[in-house]
Write a protein that binds this ligand. Sequence first.
Ligand code: FAD
Ligand code: FO1
Length: 450
Amino acid sequence: MKTERLTILKQGKLAKGPVVYWMSRDQRANDNWAFLYAQKLAIELESPLTVIFCLVPGFLGATLRQYSFMIKGLKSVQKELEGKNIEFRLLTGSPEREIPEFISKNAVSAVVTDFDPLKIKREWKKSVQENTEIPFYEVDAHNIVPCRYASDKQEWAAYTFRPKINRLLDEFMDDFPELSPHPYKRKVARADFEPDSVLDGLACDKSVKPVEWIKPGEENARLMLKTFIEEKLPGYAELRNNPALDYQSNLSPYLHFGQISAQRVALEVSGAGSGDSIKAFLEELIVRRELSDNFCYNNPDYDSFAGFPDWARKSLNEHRQDLRPRIYTPEEFENGRTHDDLWNAAQLEMVNRGKMHGYMRMYWAKKILEWSETPEEAQKTAIYLNDRYELDGRDPNGYTGIAWSIGGVHDRAWPGRPVFGKIRYMSYNGLKSKFDTDRYAEKCLNSTME
Ligand code: FAD
Ligand code: FO1
């Protein structure tokens, strides 16, 4: 593994027990640099290897829809590890308490965890670091070019970030070794878990039901990738921004939960050729996605108005008193009860399918800005609804996508207009000129969780 992926959070003193991989963002057995590093360490120390996942009830407002997808995915990880002599334990509670407790009860010799720029994750790690004595490592298993290495500051836009990524890409598109069967084993009772009983006992909002059209887990993620490459990739450049059609990969729920590696996706897609569609897809998968991690890692205000660039804050402030053509409450937004049939259709698609078409997400968020009292309230409503219904929510891509739409992050200033100021505007008629909006609305009205 390239050492640039590794950060030593704590030197510490080795103990005698197993090496632990504290899995959090990258919830997969294969193509996982953090997991591979933990195994390398365990083999060097001639120690057993244990994976722990700390299940946190009410994580950033997650509902049954997201927990069901995640926990069923974790079950498939546990099954895969049985054959490799690697223990998988599901802990439940706050990591600040559960992780140090597991470490001391099991005389854990060292801990490896995966990288995540979100504030809540960094707080967890800081607390664990302060309450344990053993070595604590972090490996960026999510980005192809490690986030901390790609750039040492918040990037202004995709055009400033792209050259830094492209210069390093070949070096970091190295192939993954296999996760081998582990030579050392602990004599402890197995700790199996049953997804349905874990979900029954989990305190979370169960009114947002799981969706059926997409199945969780590494195997299903690879199938979705295969289908995308074979059936949609050739048309991606031309049709990906047409919400009436379905030319996106549908990989974001898998990428969000780390059930597939973005590096694996990039390796397979690059292997399929080098045309415009491949370039367009890799731009989104690598530059746009890793730019989101760069934004969230370098800007602690990634989820608030303060995180917008100066020009955008100034412009939105100058237009605070502008008359809003409409004002909707969060409930009216949530129930898709606005005057705009296309906005309502997109909201229905998100509620029913857990995944709104990418092109409509921009329009959806921008209209929330136009129809809310203040930009702060708009951002709050957009984050709340996105994270409540989307399978890929609670993700750096989401905070960044909403900050781009409402606060001009990674975008430039546009000619001023009421309410928006210099924030890029999108119009209903603009959509009508771009794709068959009736067909899209029809698709959404017929959408179900199936
Ligand atoms: P594809 O077009 O197949 O793209 C493949 C992958 O590339 C995506 O899974 C994603 O990882 C990456 N990607 C594509 N577009 C973007 C983008 N604009 N920014 C960053 N990465 C991108 N994405 C999320 O993963 N979670 C979210 O919560 C989320 N919220 C968003 C909110 C708004 C307001 C906007 C404008 C965008 C949001 N996005 C979010 C980014 C993008 O819309 C989704 O990643 C994409 O639609 C996911 O569907 P897909 O995997 O089928 O996309
Ligand atoms: N990560 C955890 O380590 N433990 C959890 O219980 C957990 C729940 C969860 C629920 C919904 C969701 O969208 C994400 C969740 N995550 C959890 C975090 C996730 O693994 C990602 O790391 C971040 O959300 C994105 O960086």
